[in-house]
Design a protein around this ligand. Structure first.
Ligand SMILES: [Zn+2]
Length: 109
């Protein structure tokens, strides 16, 4: 009880930094997407420096940049699908455009 080891405790210094830069699903540039997590405001902002696409989402203390990125991708896909279905309903042509496909295959973490 109360026996404290004076031995140096190896405090693991987390050298590893979580990635806060991602590839943009719109312009396909690499590391051009920056994530800003405003924990006080509980607001996350993600945006591309190149094509200026951006997205905001509510965050919590567990949210990490990668989570926000996933949310953004999901949102992009939803928008794409909506757009695609709108185009399909107005224009009946063969639409085989899968732009979002490459972005998703990289997200298997
Ligand atoms: Zn971009």
């Amino acid at each position: 009880m109360g026996k404290r080891k004076s031995a140096k405790q190896a405090v693991k210094k987390s050298e590893y930094k979580l990635p806060t830069e991602f590839d943009c699903p719109f312009c396909n540039f690499q590391k051009c997407v920056e994530v800003l997590l405003e924990r006080k405001k509980k607001l996350g902002t993600i945006g591309c420096r190149v094509c200026a696409h951006s997205y905001n989402a509510p965050i919590n203390h567990l949210t990490e940049p990668a989570d926000l990125y996933c949310l953004w991708i999901d949102e992009c896909e939803r928008v794409n699908e909506e757009e695609a279905s709108r185009i399909l309903s107005t224009k009946k042509s063969t639409l085989k455009d899968s732009r979002a496909k490459s972005a998703k295959s990289e997200l298997t973490t």
